[in-house]
Design a protein around this ligand. Sequence first.
Ligand code: HEC
Ligand code: HEC
Length: 415
Amino acid sequence: MTHSDFPTFPEDQVLLGRDLFFDPLLSGNRNISCASCHHGVLGSADAVPLSVGEGGKGLGKRRHGTGTAPAHQHVPRNAPAIFNLGASAFTTLFHDGRVAQNADAPFGIQMPEGNALEREANSLLAAQALLPILSPEEMAGTEGENDIADAVSAGHIRGPNGAWAKLAARVEAVPAYRARFTALNRSEAPLHISDIGNAIGAFLSDEFRAINSPFDAYLRGDTTALTSAQQRGMALFYGKATCSSCHAGAFQTDHSFHAIGIPQIGPGKGHGSAGADHGRSAITGIAKDKYCFRTPSLRNVALTAPYGHSGAYASLHAVVRHHLAPHESLMSFDPSKAPVPALTGYGTVTPHMPDTEELERIAAAITLDIPPLTEAEVNDIISFLHALTDPSSIGGKLGAPASVPSGLKVDSLLD
Ligand code: HEC
Ligand code: HEC
């Protein structure tokens, strides 16, 4: 795996994307940016089980603000790390794969219903970037608070008065953005939301690459790159422990979906019973996809706790142990172990789980079947997972800008 596995983008576009990624201007209430939940210093994620979006404060132990607007809720899933997603191997994004390459979809990319692309995107990441800005809990805010949230709640996304056009006009109105897009596009044509998505996509692909780990050095022939524990762990991972039947290929993912019974915590996606998240089947409508989630890449996994689509597990040890006894681990899960930030506006809540019947349905869908491993073997596997960390990727390539063109405040790390 080398940089040639990634497309290249003009440097000006990457730098524009960086500013947009860190700029709260793209949020309805101008109070949260993409980086609030995907920050280089937090392994390109947010270090909490369930993201705290619109109305929240800070970075790292990000917490809720004091408002009580309906959008001040936990996002129902864990913010994934975004390392290597620009590589051509990644053709599916999100825990449920709702953005994916698809030759039959407009401009070759499947988007959620009502959010079809209006123009070509330069990458899957560029298309994905057009979605968090529409989500009330992530970035848009609550109806009545701002024009973007109002357009979203009225279902006006695409077209001249839609939320996308309103956001593009906001960026257009900042002279520094306008001038830089004019230079990049060699055109003064009004900005379109795809210009913004393309810049962010270019930045993400460039910024978050983790392809130079001790494991890569070992594959290139440096047999001293891995410790003996890591080599034993690697043999187990690709052998007896069968991890690579799902965590396959250069990025340790088959880019497919499996039911492994990660404990479901938090508000859920509104699928059936309270707190439920049906995962892939909510996208495909296929019964056997119920409770299936995408196999995550394990590159830099030691940097990206907590784990699983709900962020239920705080440590690598806990999530690997879950794989060995998934039913037991699910049914006996204590949600107070998942440090979900308190919802100040609503009073403190313990992260909740669905009712026992729903948990039993999640358990019944599990397809994992890993042979018993000793504690020493589990520790060796965890040592191997640490060998997938690329030290040069930590913090991202460029990192955060000191300021952004809108003049809005860039989030800083809480202690
Ligand atoms: C409030 C926190 C939050 C904000 C703000 C946010 N994200 Fe995310 N992001 C998430 C969560 C949670 C998911 C997983 C959602 C799912 O899979 O259903 C996600 C998923 C993603 C993914 C897919 C990752 C994968 O492995 O498939 C990408 C890429 C991404 N976000 C980029 C962005 C960009 C670009 C922005 C700004 C335009 C942004 N995010 C804003 C929380 C956030
Ligand atoms: C049947 C397929 C399958 C097998 C076999 C498998 N995994 Fe997983 N693994 C998954 C899926 C799917 C997830 C994500 C589940 C979710 O988010 O609900 C996951 C999640 C993880 C995570 C958490 C990553 C993150 O970013 O949240 C780790 C670590 C992990 N697996 C390691 C392993 C190890 C080590 C083995 C071998 C002992 C293994 N897996 C075997 C499918 C599998």
